[in-house]
Design a binder for this molecule. Sequence first.
Ligand SMILES: [Zn+2]
Length: 423
Amino acid sequence: MSTKKPARRLTLRTRVASTMTRGAAALSRVTGRGDGSVIGGRVGLLVDPHLLANLAEGRQIALISGTNGKTTTTRLAAAAMGVLGDVATNSLGANMPSGHTSALARAGHTAYAVLEVDEHYLAQVLAATTPRVVALLNLSRDQLDRAKEVAMMASLWRDALAAHAGGTHVVANADDPMVAWAVWDFAHASAADATVTWVAAGQRWHDDSWVCPNCGAPVERAGDEWWCTGCELRRPDPQWMVKEAGVVDPTGAYHEVRLQLPGRVNRANAATALAVAAQFGVAVGDALPRLVEVTSIAGRYATVVRDGRTIRLLLAKNPAGWLEAFDMAEPAPTLLSINARDPDGLDTSWLYDVDFSPLRGRQVLVTGDRAMDLAVRLEVNDIGFQHVTSFGQAIAAVPPGRLEVIANYTAFQDIRTELDRVN
Ligand SMILES: [Zn+2]
């Protein structure tokens, strides 16, 4: 298999645009307007609308997309790909074309790139970067989105793959019917299904996939299997599986996966990252030691010790994320914090989509702008709780030992700021 396309000479326009991308990013950093990766990319794309495509040319690229886990999976895949050499990758949150442009401009010449892609931009970034591998993790409602929008997103992915048949290998989650459907035609159009690798990455949240996106009939489940009762859509046979504390690769070999990131969901992210890296020729045994190095991502999963309490921060942005956080949290006192500012979504009715009963029996504290919404929800779920008005109060209210914190987007940022201040 060919491993390297010849590096292409960049045109003057692309070189100027690339320099401006880096310049604007640096300017943005020194003026304190964030890390500049978005503004830099925007400036560069104004000068050269093909800048992303030009910067992608000559690199072997993997794209990672999905509602949840894409940041972590991107980090893990970039770490695994590091076995091969330097890997360009985008910084947190910069997962749209301007962010990709900036990441590639900043990285200079690298043979490889692993890019996290906002699910809405998959078609555009596929077309611009002609990646060698695309990993599709899951689709579920984000914030107050409706299940209908989930089906629409699956349909956009499906069209994107149909428009981009040549040369790209897809790594996809066999456990998510929406993802399986988005990839279905792509998988079956190819001669021997060899263009898709299926990963049994799990799906804790089923509420957005009870109805078949293909024919509208109910989807049934038994154990790990799922199938449509009205058409041929069903769970594809996975080549990679998460098993106990590790993964099983396509040869059937079991590998223990040690991570600093908690929970089964992160072992699934690791399985996807390993499947992506394998497409570039990275052996599992070589990648595993690099996965252990990946620590907290922008404070997610970070552990902080304060007044004898070991505090761990878990970010949960949407209903599927809350269920995953309950899986990750140890059975210890748990603080829940919810805001409903713009980035969180203004509507908290999604609270009723989530079953909070895994928290029953532990000490539960609630805080945040919308602590009262949370309180009502916990009442309905018959879970005792205590309201606190600050993070300091929460720490004082729990015994020395572990404190798990689960928060949505801006609530998470508030707690991080508060912890940084006290530090
Ligand atoms: Zn169907």
